[in-house]
Design a protein around this ligand. Structure first.
Ligand SMILES: Cc1cc2nc3c(=O)[nH]c(=O)nc-3n(C[C@H](O)[C@H](O)[C@H](O)COP(=O)(O)OP(=O)(O)OC[C@H]3O[C@@H](n4cnc5c(N)ncnc54)[C@H](O)[C@@H]3O)c2cc1C
Length: 447
């Protein structure tokens, strides 16, 4: 029985789902919460540690539609989050894929028939698009069409994570970072199923009545999730704009094109991020998560924060440049810098794995995704707190339950082909500097 006095550990508590969970628990009066993470907030390993993330409300059907409306309201009304919301609208456009145009049109029609026609506008052609996004005037967007969404925009992701971290400290949430905060294993009672706490990689033991694992892309490598999630990565890069270019793009709608990629207005300092859209890459390797009896081959994330000299694949760089060249040919000669890889873990059906782990008493999983979760920062922890308090609706409990039986139904929670492996990608250099240095010293010694 978990009470307000119970000792609660949130592993991954400096990331998106973890910090939201700690926030909701602290706000509900839980007194003994500790976040454990490799890095302090905003965790350098978090998929949310990024300049900006998209937020939008056009999906009005299904669970993500419900959550999108709820989180939009939270970003607008919760004082902790309001400074980070930029409600500039969104252009959701399709280039030529008929299926994609049809799916956008379906969403548009659903909005209209649900009486939300004032939130969306159908853009038939380039002329319509330019009325909402004049910044695309030089872009090669002939033949494009799609939808403008009013209640949409972007959130300053890293700043929001930082603010949540500061609020956790203010609310008395304890923490441990670095090797003492890095999960190695669960501590189990003599029955082999009761969770007594967590052991960190430096050997430090953290006792607990309840452990919540919110470790994002690392989750399947830490706890055996029986194949329910697959970790994948995407890449992004930045360009630098002049003060006049920043002025021209200030307050403009975000642009998302599932055949191409997405971007948001630049920061006041002139940094603009571009992401290409595709099915992501895996990185197949062997590891042994807690609970597994043998090593398992699975997609294992590689931290960009810990390996900052890693490059991105050549095809990824080309794809990012394609977004820039298509939408802003005038920026095509700008240097692409701060190119990095970012990891998430997709569940096979795209829904969270937000449940009690049935194999252990006192372990909750808050992970699994399909690329939608940063925008849920203000609300996802509410559902974890509801689960702990037995208040989660039956429908949500069922949707987010432990469900390894369904894993064969689909391989990944996203549309499109299966992901290719990063290991096979040309131009992905990932030399461990220490290893490279040792190798070159050995070579030099031989000469
Ligand atoms: C390129 C890219 C663009 C995206 N764009 C958007 C967008 O526009 N809008 C949107 O809503 N979402 C977007 N997403 C998705 C969003 O970022 C993720 O869904 C979300 O951040 C996942 O949250 P999480 O809590 O599961 O994982 P994370 O936020 O990654 O948190 C996991 C935490 O676990 C910690 N951890 C890992 N291993 C250990 C360990 N052994 N011990 C302790 N702690 C550990 C990490 O340090 C990290 O802090 C994007 C993702 C990517 C990759």
């Amino acid at each position: 029985m978990i009470t307000k006095e119970s000792k609660i550990l949130v592993v991954g508590g400096a990331g998106t789902m973890g910090s939201s969970t700690a926030l909701h628990l602290a706000r509900r009066g839980y007194k003994d919460i500790r976040i454990l993470d490799m890095f302090q907030p905003p965790s350098a390993n978090s998929a949310g540690n990024d300049m900006n993330k998209l937020i939008s409300t056009q999906y009005i059907d299904g669970i993500w539609g419900r959550l999108a409306l709820e989180t939009w309201d939270a970003w607008k009304s919760d004082e902790l989050f309001t400074p980070f919301l930029h409600p500039v609208g969104r252009l959701d456009l399709a280039k030529k894929d008929k299926r994609r145009v049809a799916s956008l049109k379906r969403q548009y029609d659903l909005n209209v028939s649900a009486g939300k026609g004032d939130n969306v506008e159908w853009l038939h052609n380039k002329e319509d698009i330019l009325k909402k996004g004049a910044y695309l005037e030089d872009g090669e967007i002939e033949g494009w069409q799609g939808m403008w969404i009013r209640d949409a925009g972007w959130v300053a992701a890293r700043d929001a994570l930082t603010a949540v971290g500061a609020e956790l400290r203010r609310l008395g949430v304890k923490s441990a970072f670095g090797t003492s905060g890095t999960f190695k294993s669960l501590l189990l009672g003599t029955d082999g199923t009761t969770v007594l706490g967590v052991k960190a990689v430096d050997g430090k033991e953290w006792p607990a009545d309840l452990v919540i694992m919110a470790t994002g892309a690392w989750s399947p490598t830490l706890i055996d999730l029986e194949d329910q999630c697959i970790s994948k990565c995407w890449q992004f890069g930045h360009i630098r704009l002049s003060a006049e270019e920043v002025d021209k793009l200030k307050g403009t709608p975000t642009l998302y094109n599932s055949e191409l990629g997405f971007f948001m207005e630049p920061s006041p300092e002139g940094i603009m991020k571009f992401v290409n859209e595709f099915e992501g890459y895996t990185r197949m390797a062997t590891c042994r998560p807690f609970g597994a009896k043998t090593d398992i081959t699975m997609s294992v994330p590689r931290s960009h924060a810990l390996n900052p000299t890693d490059t991105i694949p050549e095809e990824g760089e080309r794809a990012i440049k394609d977004v820039i060249n298509t939408c802003f040919p005038q920026f095509s000669n700008k240097l692409l810098f701060d190119k990095a890889i970012c990891w998430c873990t997709d569940s096979y059906d795209g829904n969270w794995l937000l449940c009690d782990d049935p194999r252990y008493n006192g372990l909750i999983l808050a992970t699994g995704d399909c690329g939608h979760t940063f925008k849920m920062l203000p609300i996802v922890g509410k559902y974890v707190a509801d689960l702990i308090e037995g208040r989660l609706s039956r429908e949500d409990r069922d949707r987010w339950r432990w469900r390894p039986e369904g894993k064969k139904a689909a391989e990944t929670g996203r549309e499109g082909p299966q992901p290719e492996d990063l290991n096979d990608k040309k131009g992905w250099r990932h030399d461990d500097p220490a290893v490279s240095e040792l190798a070159s010293r050995t070579r030099a010694a031989r000469l």
